[in-house]
Design a protein around this ligand. Structure first.
Ligand SMILES: [Fe+2]
Ligand SMILES: [Fe+2]
Length: 498
């Protein structure tokens, strides 16, 4: 049996007559619930309007200190992006995916309360712009388009078939957990193998900070409402995550300490620019399922899996953090999860999943499975993406001679390529982005700092260049004298020239 992501709504208002309050009989007005809402303009118009909010424009620093509302999304690129088509699996790391995920996180997090730790009066205008109705309603209007753009491929890639019973579910879930407990962490291995494990570990902390600094907030959405004892059991898990009201023991507070111990800012989204698209996809997937309660069963399936497996993952991460930062490094955040998440996994299984099937029937099982399988696919993509970024950051200088060689051939017209030169004003920061095709970048005058991660940069002087591989996150800042540089896409055959 094939399960599709969006089930069609089958109930419609009938055209038969109804009795109004004054006793006359009348048919319902000719309309359809399923008819798309009228759009005066295309979705691209509303996306541009949403993105024009001043808090989403470029910033002047790499780290955004203590302002949870400033979240640059580079709307200057949007005229060349078509958000209306779903990306295929092979395209999910395309730049449009990063842009869509940045917007989606902003839209989803409009539900949450974020306040800076200091100087609120200087940030009050940004606070108003983040939470205002204009931003909220535009965001809600464009959300389904952006979700289909980045998550549409999941329904093509993940097929849940066969007849599911409670026994089949039990076997499936616990065999997944068992297999996970025998696995290694490819991420931990890549960090330890890096030429600079500390920087690679910091990059990893930054990726998970997108979620851990407001941990469990997406799940808190499903303890509103009423669905019997299952809701109360869900609430117990949430209050565990919230440290039973003791702020110091709230999981996000413990993670703040981890950030500080590594010399990082504990403020929400301080490292916004360094989130990789595939890691935004992970946190956004939690939001995607928890924001839309028709996806409730997918969400609790996903929560079971993450709770039941995070304990073991955290053991591996704790070990890796101690290897990188020394045996005295405070790994409380990871150790706390090793201890408690096994318990949460069991609670999810016994007090939510099993009672839900008993009460609502086998029909919901496929949603549990789909929530897990889709997440596993996203996790695989995120692991690969993170490892590729670490490797590139380690070897960013390696492409210098190749870049120089190709550039000379372009300038001498031995290679037919557009003669493109761009000018950058002094000390101008370009917010991080990615390219869908490898790029040749060569500085012609002045200096340009290329940033591949937090505190990871390479400075290029006149005549120096590199190749920026497709899908790698990169930002740049010109030196005090400004710079001119060459930038253009390279096709594979040109990369072979050396
Ligand atoms: Fe937690
Ligand atoms: Fe947990």
């Amino acid at each position: 049996m094939e399960i599709t992501n969006e089930k069609p709504i089958t109930k419609e208002f009938s055209s038969k007559e109804f009795i109004t309050r004054d006793g006359t009989q009348t048919p319902l007005p000719m309309t359809s619930f399923r008819q798309p809402l009228p759009e005066m303009f295309g979705q691209e118009h509303y996306i541009l309007r949403y993105a024009a909010n001043p808090i989403f424009q470029d910033v002047e620093d790499w780290v955004i200190q203590d302002n949870p509302y400033l979240r640059p999304i580079r709307p200057q690129d949007f005229s060349s992006i078509d958000f209306n088509q779903s990306l295929r699996k092979s395209e999910v790391l395309n730049y449009s995916g990063l842009a869509a995920h940045r917007m989606l996180l902003n839209i989803y997090e409009n539900d949450f309360v974020f306040l800076p730790s200091e100087k609120f009066s200087t940030k009050k205008a940004d606070f108003d712009l983040f939470y205002c109705n204009q931003s909220r309603s535009l965001g809600e209007w464009i959300r389904p388009t952006l979700e289909a753009h980045v998550f549409g491929f999941l329904s093509q890639e993940v097929t849940v078939s066969g007849r599911w019973s409670i026994e089949a579910l039990r076997t499936y879930l616990w065999s997944l957990v068992e297999a996970h407990q025998k696995s290694e962490s490819a991420i931990a291995d890549a960090i330890l193998a890096s030429s600079d494990p500390k920087k690679a570990a910091v990059s990893f902390l930054i990726q998970v900070a997108s979620d851990f600094l407001s941990e469990s907030s997406p799940a808190a959405r499903i303890v509103l409402g009423t669905y019997g004892t299952m809701l109360s059991d869900m609430f117990k898990i949430i209050i565990d995550e919230y440290g039973y009201g003791v702020h110091k023991t709230k999981h996000s507070s413990i993670f703040e300490e981890t950030m500080v111990n590594c010399g990082l800012s504990p403020h929400v989204h301080a490292y916004w620019q360094f989130y990789q698209s595939s890691w935004l996809a992970l946190i956004n997937y939690f939001h995607y399922l928890s924001r839309d309660h028709s996806k409730f069963f997918k969400f609790i399936g996903l929560l079971f899996y993450t709770e039941a497996t995070l304990g073991y993952t955290c053991q591996l991460w704790s070990k890796m953090m101690k290897s990188v930062f020394g045996s005295n490094f405070n790994t409380l955040y990871f150790d706390e999860h090793t201890h408690i998440d096994e318990h949460h996994g069991r609670m999810m299984f016994e007090n939510l999943l099993m009672p839900a099937v008993a009460k609502y029937g086998d029909i919901i099982i496929e949603d549990f499975v789909r929530g897990i399988e889709e997440y596993l696919l996203l996790q695989e993509i995120a692991d690969t993406d993170f490892i590729a970024q670490v490797k590139w950051a380690d070897q960013v200088e390696a492409s210098k001679p190749i870049a120089q060689n190709i550039y000379q051939k372009i300038r001498s017209q031995e290679l037919k390529h557009p003669q493109k030169t761009f000018v950058k004003l002094a000390n101008k920061l370009a917010v991080t982005c990615t390219y869908d095709i490898d790029q040749l970048l060569v500085v012609e005058s002045g200096t340009l700092k290329l940033v591949t991660g937090h505190l990871q940069a390479i400075e290029l002087g006149a005549g120096e260049g590199i190749i920026i591989p497709q899908n790698r996150l990169v930002g740049s800042k010109s030196g005090p004298e400004g710079c001119t540089y060459y930038l253009d896409a390279l096709v594979d055959s040109q990369l072979c020239v050396s």
